[in-house]
Design a protein around this ligand. Structure first.
Ligand code: MSP
Ligand code: ZN
Length: 540
């Protein structure tokens, strides 16, 4: 029997807009969740806002609103953006929620009972001008390992090393630009080294991509350090029980937000939370994340879960970063493209298609080259896929908009049907680019066939009119199959196609059947070309 599945995507911070870099991840995860659902599996896809931490506190202060108001406002915007890009979560919650407070405290208490939490006095960077301890991200300096400049206080974006902010060379406060002093404070730590054996085993059980396993080997070789899970006031987060003025570090309660969002869904839908999260759960748990947050998800998170006697993730799927025209997204180059900017000029489904056409199962970065983007959309989708319908649908007017009872090319239809398992296997293995290539190859074959049989000539001769009917019936059946194959990537196109072909919502099984003697609707163009003008506006 198929196992029940819980899928998560990383929780976006509630202090900024969704941009197309984020969308790479949410699209990747959404496609995968849709594939599971189209296969008829019981599957839930949850997310939430990551609503705690100093940046959110400072951002609220700057806007002169409460943190609560800020995160409520951003949550609405994020939900709108995800809807616009057809990211279909079963639940979108917040880490600033009752459920999350409950599980954060629950996990903390369980870890404490097992002797996994220790107290230590530490010297911490303190901004005397702003009168606050500085979070890692508010200190910048040179990476102690690879010497890359302008790195944050927690980890190096260049070499991936994590470290203590005071290890940075030439540290300075981002808030006041002054040199932070070191001030003593008592902190709570998760003793990760006690979990070393568990983690060594867990990370070698086929849950992770090879690139990540190699990274983990480096991390193990560097030694697992205690993880500071507390922060001093002023801080925006959950107070740590039995302390005065200590808060859980945002990254302690952030992944617990996956549980919280699911718990919230369980309460709404009457699902069994324990079935999914208890130790030895028979269900599957998959996390989609970017490579920048692999440390948290492949070491801290499984160690916390195991330490608190919950199940651990089945697999963690890591993706690379989105670059635009070969470079990091940048405000000055006009390539820091927000979801809302994109949608003003270009159909969101095109971005989904392009991402899918480039995504494989590796952690390599993905480049959105805007010339290539326009070319791919116009050539694959308009020139090949939609072309199958637009070259043949018009003739159906002559046949009362009804498909014939006979196919002209059953062999070609079968070739398309027989590709199903191969295409699904590629989706399942997150090799979306391969799946897309195979679908477009089938569109090529079909267009070749249309060019060979030339229905526009056959229609001129009474003797071959009936054959045109059969040709169009073959082609529209193939078009339907290819649109179903693409439907995890382009669900809105699938809807339009169902309207056109007068069908109920379809799933992958529907590619096995053939539509004969079936009434359809008048063909209307389903997709438009992308013009250079639109691209110019997008980055103008
Ligand atoms: N709040 C944390 C995640 C907590 S999960 C328990 C966070 N938030 S984020 O908003 O910065 O990023 C959310 C996700 O988007 C992360 O997986 C991150 O890797 C991904 N991306 C953010 N920018 C990206 C690109 N430019 N390209 C690809 N993915 C990107 O991290
Ligand atoms: Zn470095």
């Amino acid at each position: 029997m198929d196992k029940k599945i819980l899928i998560t995507a990383a929780l976006p911070y509630a202090n900024g807009p969704i941009h197309i870099g984020h969308l790479l991840e949410y699209t990747q995860a959404d496609i995968w969740a849709r594939v599971q659902k189209l296969l008829g599996k019981t599957c839930y896809f949850v997310c939430a806002n990551d609503a705690h931490g100093t940046p959110i506190m400072l951002s609220a202060r700057k806007q002169k609103i409460s943190e609560q108001d800020l995160i409520d406002k951003i949550k609405k915007e994020h939900i709108r953006d995800f809807n616009d890009f057809l990211i279909r979560f079963d639940n979108f919650h917040s880490t600033h929620s009752d459920e999350n407070k409950y599980y954060a405290e629950d996990i903390y208490h369980k870890l404490q009972k097992k002797g996994l939490i220790k107290n230590k006095n530490i010297l911490q960077a303190y901004d005397e001008k702003e009168q606050m301890f500085l979070p890692d991200r508010f200190i910048k300096g040179t990476c102690p390992k690879c010497k890359a400049q302008e790195q944050y206080g927690d980890s190096c974006e260049k070499c991936g090393t994590t470290y203590d902010p005071c290890d940075l060379v030439d540290a300075r406060s981002v808030l006041s630009n002054t040199k932070p002093i070191l001030k003593e404070s008592k902190h709570l730590f998760f003793d990760l080294s006690q979990k070393q054996d568990m983690l060594k085993k867990w990370t070698q059980e086929g849950r992770l991509q090879n690139e990540i396993k190699n990274k983990i080997k480096e991390w193990f070789d560097g030694g697992l350090k205690d993880w500071d899970i507390s922060r001093d006031a002023p801080y925006w987060g959950f107070k740590i029980p039995n302390t005065d003025n200590k808060y859980f570090y945002v990254w302690l309660d952030a992944p617990i937000g996956y549980m919280a969002s699911f718990k919230n869904l369980c309460d709404k839908k009457n699902l069994d939370f324990e079935e999914f999260w208890q130790k030895n759960s028979k269900t599957e748990l998959y996390h989609f994340i970017g490579k920048d947050i692999a440390y948290f998800h492949t070491l801290f998170w499984p160690a916390m879960l195991d330490g608190a006697d919950y199940r651990t993730p089945t697999k963690v799927f890591c993706h690379g970063f989105l670059t635009i025209n070969g470079e990091k997204m940048s405000k000055s180059r006009g390539t820091f493209i927000k979801a809302q900017d994109f949608i003003k000029h270009i159909s969101p489904e095109y971005l989904r298609y392009y991402f899918a056409a480039k995504l494989q199962d590796s952690v390599e970065d993905i480049d959105l080259n805007l010339d290539d983007f326009r070319f791919r959309i116009n050539s694959d989708l308009i020139g090949k896929l939609i072309n199958i319908a637009s070259r043949t649908a018009g003739f159906l007017k002559k046949f009362d908009l009804t498909l014939s009872g006979v196919l002209d090319n059953e062999k070609l239809l079968q070739i398309c049907q027989n590709k199903k398992d191969d295409i699904l296997q590629n989706y399942q293995n997150r090799r979306y680019a391969t799946a897309i290539r195979k679908i477009i190859k089938l569109a090529d074959l079909t267009n070749q066939y249309i060019s060979e049989v030339e229905p526009w000539n056959l229609i001129k001769d009474d003797k071959s009119v009936a054959r045109v009917h059969n040709i169009c019936t073959t082609c529209l059946n193939i078009f339907n199959i290819l649109v179903i194959y693409l439907s995890p990537v382009m669900p809105a196109l699938a809807d339009k196609n169902e309207q056109f072909l007068n069908l109920k919502p379809q799933n992958f099984n529907d590619t096995d059947g053939v539509l004969l003697n079936h009434k359809i609707n008048k063909f209307r163009p389903m997709l438009q070309r992308v013009e250079q003008e639109q691209i110019n506006k997008l980055i103008g």
